[in-house]
Design a protein around this ligand. Structure first.
Ligand SMILES: C=C1C[C@]23C[C@@]1(O)CC[C@H]2[C@@]12CCC[C@@](C)(C(=O)O1)[C@H]2[C@@H]3C(=O)O
Ligand SMILES: O=C(O)CCC(=O)C(=O)O
Ligand SMILES: [Fe+2]
Length: 382
């Protein structure tokens, strides 16, 4: 086994077999994990009970508005994606991550590539390593991508591709419906929604990325971290998780800053709002700061289906939301935002609790006393 210092420098965690580890090496031991209490977000948790939206409920838009303003996340039921399909997707992901490291490494993310196997993109910004493996995929390029892992294109390959394609079809349709529900939740009228769609083609040009996470069992879960706390950068993510809790949502006090543990609800999906949606909605819907923890006895799998704007679309506050007010953010593209976030991370802005230089969202916000940004109009903006 390589020395911890060697491991620490290895951005894709090439050598360390997390699944077989008997202790957590210093390279994987994070500080400050217990700064805030963890509370249960399950049914009956009172104020900390995670909001639930049932898409079949005629009042779903009101529930979406409340959850998006107050939490930036909610549990989604009545979404129509069959539970047995979710079970097959989970089994397929588990099978893929159980392959030998040498097979998975053929798909390793290279340099700044957005897609590939390895640690998630934000791992680049931290000296400690997460207790997880990830794989980012473009659903429109699934088969060529997965051929890297299964060059013989045999049964396992066909089965996994088939199930992921079926899943993508269902999730793409669900994402479109959800976008419409978000626009209704913002209080836009039918003609306003039609106008937004005609002008910005929000739904039509929305892009999808799948990110798979595997969190192996961990011998000392209190010292390790599955996924470093972050906000997602895009519009929103639909998250599927195993029946093993592990996702924590950050909530500010009063009474105290805390992590709320998302319950594992069979068949439900989770919706997380991302930074570009906060910008689009002029700060009305908030992105959620979240992390994933690990477990001593059970491995955990999650899949995030990310929706975001087309790479060349400038995203700024919708004029229908800004109304007679002022835009709170300047307009920028997703790739431009990722560059700002990199700068924010370099200044300590990755940690909500210990921010020195401001989060990425703070860096793109417009000071109400300034005039700059007022004329910064783009494809998706006021
Ligand atoms: C579409 C994307 C969102 C993401 C960056 C990416 O291009 C592909 C991976 C995504 C992910 C998954 C884990 C957490 C996250 C912050 C990361 O490092 O990679 C997100 C990215 C994001 O939301 O910015
Ligand atoms: O595993 C989880 O529950 C969270 C994963 C996540 O935050 C992500 O993939 O962006
Ligand atoms: Fe996330």
């Amino acid at each position: 086994m390589p020395t911890p210092s060697k491991l620490n420098k290895d951005p894709h965690n090439h050598y360390f077999d997390l699944g077989a580890a008997r202790q957590v090496p210093e390279t994987h031991a994070w500080e400050g994990l217990h700064e805030h209490p963890v509370v249960d977000g399950g049914v009956g948790a009172g104020e900390d009970a995670v909001p639930v939206v049932d898409m079949q409920d005629p009042h779903a838009a009101e529930a979406v508005a409340r959850a998006s303003e107050q939490w930036g996340a909610f549990l989604l039921q009545g979404h129509g994606v069959p539970r047995e399909l979710l079970a097959r997707v989970e089994a397929g992901i588990a099978g893929m991550f159980a392959l030998p490291k040498t097979d998975k490494m053929r798909a390793a993310r290279q340099g700044g590539d957005p897609y590939g196997y390895g640690l998630p993109h934000i791992a680049l910004y931290f000296s400690k390593t997460m207790w997880s493996e990830g794989y980012s995929l473009s659903p429109t390029n699934l088969r060529p991508e997965l051929r890297k892992i299964w060059p013989d294109a045999g049964h396992d390959y066909s089965q996994f591709c088939g199930v992921m394609e079926e899943f993508h079809k269902e999730m793409g349709a669900l994402a479109d419906k959800l976008m419409e529900l978000f626009l209704v939740a913002l209080g836009l009228t039918g003609p306003q929604i039609a106008g937004v769609e005609a002008e910005h083609k929000l739904t039509e040009t929305m892009s999808e990325t799948i990110h798979l996470n595997w969190y192996p069992k961990c011998p000392d879960p209190k010292r390790a971290l599955g996924m470093k706390a972050h906000t997602d950068s895009g519009f929103f993510a639909l998250l599927m998780q195993s029946q093993v809790p592990g996702l924590h949502l950050f909530r500010h006090g009063p009474p105290a800053d805390r992590w709320v543990e998302m319950p594992a609800v069979p068949g439900a999906l989770i919706v997380n709002i991302g930074d570009l949606f906060q910008i689009l909605t002029n700060g009305r819907f908030r992105s959620v700061y979240h992390r994933a923890v690990v477990n001593r006895d059970r491995e955990r799998i999650s899949l995030a289906y990310f929706l975001g704007p087309a790479a060349n679309a400038k995203v700024g506050p919708l004029k229908e939301v800004v109304g007679g007010g002022r835009p709170a953010y300047r307009a920028l593209t997703w790739p431009e935002y990722i560059i700002v976030r990199k700068e924010a991370f370099a200044n300590g802005g990755a940690d909500l609790e210990f921010t020195k230089g401001g989060t990425a969202l703070e860096m793109v916000s417009i000071n109400p006393d300034d005039d700059d940004g007022m004329d910064d109009q783009g494809d998706i903006s006021s």
